[in-house]
Design a protein around this ligand. Structure first.
Ligand SMILES: [Zn+2]
Ligand SMILES: [Zn+2]
Ligand SMILES: [Zn+2]
Length: 141
């Protein structure tokens, strides 16, 4: 649980309270090794019969997000998903059938596209969102 401790230490360093609920969110995201929605986090908390208040779960998750400890992924299906911020900017591919998610790193991270956009239109890109939708190996069988 070395990563877990390191994240908690950073939370304290940033002056955030390392509440039980924050610890749970971090713990689940590290264990799941895939992005989780709030619904899935609630399911895990319920399984453990962990007593919590939904408002504080939302608030604490938001603090983790704003503090840069986790990142938010939006597959436009009405569910925001979260994963531990690894510090490596990347994208995701989601299977539209079983909802399996794979992290995808893009070589040069669209730098060329953004550069060309600026050259052509003077548009300065600050950020981008790109996710892939399709069918995983199991679901294509
Ligand atoms: Zn699938
Ligand atoms: Zn990812
Ligand atoms: Zn990117």
């Amino acid at each position: 649980m070395h990563r877990f401790e390191a994240i908690l230490e950073n939370i304290r360093k940033k002056g955030l309270r390392d509440s039980k609920i924050k610890r749970k969110v971090i713990e689940y995201l590290l264990k799941a090794n895939k992005p989780l929605s709030i619904g899935e986090i609630i399911e895990l908390l319920d399984q453990e019969e962990f007593r919590f208040n939904k408002t504080s779960l939302y608030r604490e998750t938001d603090k983790l997000l704003k503090g840069g400890f986790i990142t938010e992924i939006d597959f436009l299906d009405g569910k925001k998903r979260y994963e531990i911020n690894t510090g490596t900017h990347h994208h995701h591919a989601i299977c539209t059938k079983c909802k399996k998610i794979v992290c995808v790193e893009i070589p040069n991270n669209l730098e060329e596209v953004e550069k060309k956009l600026f050259q052509d239109t003077q548009f300065k890109v600050e950020d981008h969102v790109l996710e892939f939708f399709g069918t995983c190996k199991e679901c294509s069988k």
